[in-house]
Structures are given as structure tokens and as C-alpha cells.
Design a binder for this molecule. Structure first.
Ligand code: PMP
Length: 406
């Protein structure tokens, strides 16, 4: 468990927390960036900004070296087998779209794709579009009353025709940790591929893709203290090798003639164009930052924050949590009876409390629960119990306002 002093030291590394005097509880949307990451990006632009892989001048050599160093560190961070399995994209959304595009030629009519009821739109729409285009069937695993995947139904809907299962590791709405290892094991018995959307897990849970045996794992750097606009797509080499190029252009070819193009091998085949090297370097520094703390320690601390928030907010009349169980991590979603989440969120924002309100890009699960949205608190390594106390006090103030009015 982190000591008070350790958290104080961590907080000092985040300039935005000092500057704005805010309580930032919207880490599921994006995490703040430590100075280390910001400085690495600045250093890149000040000292060796250049393109990669395309030139042997000294700037090109340095930038290429940093690109490959970062790729190698990401490979180790998630325990991939080789650097060819690490593809840089612009984010989770692009990674999911890339896989949907590339896998399309292997999905035939009457094949099946399975997702869950709790997915983020970016893990719904690409599969919906692909299913409609290829006349495949999109199946959905429902959730039970605890917000967990209904595995009994999953076991019923998976068949020999299932080609892909795409599931979040941790849901962005309610912070439920899905039993992905179990799902992967079952899916492989049916010869189905499994893609894990790790956006909400990557900074909280140790990811070992070989141990999980997932076929693809995707995440965004900006949700793990890294910069915006950089995503990582992990895929088993044997499947990525079969992927056609997703985008075509510079950096992904061996030979081009007007008749034909011979493409590069992995990972370059899937990385056309100038890479976001500043983002890649910043991501490497974010890994460096995270590497200072054991994932178990981070998870224990964030779970402590979650449990404390659950306890203290339980005192509020009309409080409705989604959900309240042991399979949750770092995200707490709730509504208060007769108050619209948007109105409450707006008022909280006036007190410098940054929380997220709305449907969190997950309309199907909100429709299923028959709600317009929730107020979502999501914690990170720099949040504190004191912040939760302050939040609670302001929340009570806001509620007085609503009750007085209504
Ligand atoms: N999946 C999940 C579970 C998410 O939480 C998010 C971001 N809210 C995304 C996908 C999309 O990530 P990005 O916007 O970084 O592409």
C-alpha cells in the first residue's frame, strides 16, 4: 500500500494537479501526464525531431533508435513474444477498426462475432458494420444483476461458427473486471479468436498476453499517463501475418512498381505513413513512470479509494450505485434519485470537481438499465482519500441546492 508521503511525491510529478486546483476524478476518460512524459516529448521536438526508418542521417538514426526502443519496452511490458507483434496506432479506436478491417476477409456470411452488452461504442460499431457488410451475425453476452457477464448465456451462444469474441478487460462504465481468461479458454475450444479491449485495464492490472493467451490486446497510451493520439495493438504474429495492409503508403513497402507492390513484413506492414514518434516516446516514458510502482500496489491503492468512496457515498439518501461488488476496480458509477446526472455533474464542476456524466459512450447498457446516464468517478494513482472527503462535502452541498429548489 502507498504511504501518504509516497502519494504526495507522486502528485508532485503532475503539474496540472497543482496548477488548476482541481479534483480530477475522470481518469477513465484520460489520465493526467507526469512531467517525465511531458519533458520527453519536449526533448524530442527540441533535439531530434525527424522521421524514422527512412534516412541514415544522424537525426533519423536517433529517432529510429527511440522508436524501436519504445516498441521493445512495450513488448516487455505486456510480455509479447516479439516486437513484430506490437503495432503503433492512434488509439484503441483505431486498433479496433484496424482489426475489423483486416479480419473482414475471413468473416463470411453466417459466421458469428460475439461482444458484450457493456462495451464501449468503439468495441461495438466496428463489429456491427462488419457483420452487416459480410452478413455475419453479431451476438451479445448479456450482463447479470451484478453487472457481470452472464457466462451461462455466453456458453450457450458460442458455437463452431463463432469467429471472434471482442470484450473489454475492464468496463469503462462500471469498472467491472471481466473474466477474460475463462472466456479465452472457452473461445479457443471453439477455434474462435479473442480480442481484448484493455483501455481501462492497462494502468491497473498486470497484463501478460502470453499467459492470457488472447489473440489481440489493444489499449491507448493516454489512459496510462501517456500522451494522446497513440495506441498499441498487440496481435499474435501468426494472425497479423495474415492481415492485409490496413492503410497504404510510405514505410510499409519493400518494392513499388505501377504493376504491383511488395509489402514489408511486420510490424511495418500495418504502420503506413509517418509515425507519431513524440507519442511513442511519451508512451515509453509513461511505461517508465508506471514501472516505478508495482501493478499490485497500484491496484490495491485504487481499490482502497473505490471502497472508501463506496462507503462514504452510501450515506447519501437516494444513492443508486452501478454496481457494488468485488469484481470492480477504480470506477464508481451512480445516480441519485430524482436528480439528473448531467445537472449534478454541472454543479460539481462549478466546485472544481471533474467527474464524468452521461452515457460514457456505452448507450446500449444505459438503455438496458433504462437510465439516461450516470455520474462516474474514476480513480488514478494520484487521487487521495482526502479528495474523496472533499468531493463528498461538495456533493452534499449540491444536493441541498437541488432539494431546496425542488
Ligand atoms: N474502449 C474503452 C473501454 C474505453 O474506455 C475507451 C475510451 N473511453 C475506448 C475504447 C476508446 O479509446 P480511445 O478514445 O483512446 O480510442
Amino acid at each position: 500500500m502507498f504511504s501518504f508521503e509516497e502519494i504526495k511525491k507522486i502528485r508532485k510529478q503532475f503539474p496540472i494537479l497543482k496548477k488548476n486546483n482541481i479534483i480530477y476524478f475522470d481518469n477513465a476518460a484520460t489520465t493526467q501526464k507526469p512531467l517525465k512524459v511531458i519533458n520527453a516529448i519536449k526533448k524530442y521536438y527540441c533535439n531530434f525531431n525527424y522521421n524514422v526508418n527512412r534516412s541514415f542521417n544522424f537525426l533519423g538514426k536517433i529517432s529510429t533508435k527511440y522508436l524501436e526502443l519504445s516498441r521493445n519496452n512495450i513488448k516487455s511490458f505486456i510480455n509479447a513474444k516479439s516486437i513484430e507483434e506490437i503495432i503503433f496506432t492512434s488509439g484503441t479506436t483505431e486498433s479496433l477498426n484496424l482489426i475489423a478491417y483486416c479480419i473482414s476477409k475471413f468473416i463470411n456470411s453466417y459466421d458469428e462475432i460475439i461482444i458484450s452488452h457493456s462495451e464501449h461504442h468503439s468495441n461495438i460499431i466496428p463489429w456491427q458494420v462488419l457483420s452487416q457488410k459480410n452478413k455475419a451475425t453479431l451476438k451479445v453476452i448479456p450482463v447479470n444483476s451484478e453487472g457481470e457477464l452472464n457466462l451461462r448465456i455466453f456458453n450457450k451462444i458460442i458455437t463452431k461458427k463463432t469467429k471472434l469474441i471482442s470484450i473489454s478487460h475492464v468496463t469503462n462504465t462500471f469498472g467491472i473486471i471481466n473474466p477474460i481468461k475463462k472466456l479465452i479458454k472457452t473461445a479457443h475450444k471453439y477455434n474462435s479468436l479473442v480480442l481484448i479491449d484493455g483501455s481501462q485495464a492497462i494502468s491497473h492490472i498486470t497484463i501478460d498476453v502470453q499467459n492470457l493467451d488472447c489473440d489481440f490486446y489493444v489499449f491507448s497510451s493516454h489512459k496510462m499517463y501517456g500522451p494522446n493520439g497513440l495506441g498499441i495493438l498487440y496481435g499474435k504474429k501468426k494472425f497479423l501475418d495474415k492481415f492485409p495492409p490496413y492503410k497504404c503508403g510510405g514505410g510499409m513497402i519493400e518494392k513499388v512498381t505501377f504493376k504491383q507492390t511488395r509489402f514489408s513484413g511486420l510490424p511495418f506492414k500495418l504502420e503506413a505513413g509517418t509515425p507519431n514518434l513524440a507519442g511513442i516516446i511519451g508512451t515509453n516514458k509513461a511505461l517508465n513512470f508506471l514501472g516505478n510502482y508495482s501493478p499490485r500496489k497500484i491496484n490495491t491503492y485504487e481499490t482502497k479509494l473505490l471502497k472508501y468512496a463506496l462507503k462514504i457515498l452510501s450515506n447519501i439518501k437516494g444513492m443508486n450505485f452501478y454496481y457494488k461488488n468485488s469484481k470492480m476496480t477504480k470506477i464508481l458509477s451512480f445516480n441519485i434519485e430524482n436528480i439528473h446526472s448531467f445537472d449534478l455533474g454541472k454543479l460539481l464542476n462549478n466546485y472544481g470537481l471533474a467527474v464524468r456524466t452521461g452515457k460514457h459512450c456505452a448507450q446500449p447498457i444505459m438503455d438496458y438499465l433504462k437510465i439516461n446516464g450516470t455520474i462516474r468517478l474514476s480513480f488514478a494513482i494520484y487521487n487521495t482519500i482526502e479528495e474523496i472527503d472533499i468531493f463528498y462535502n461538495y456533493l452534499i452541498k449540491c444536493l441541498y441546492f437541488f432539494y431546496k429548489r425542488g
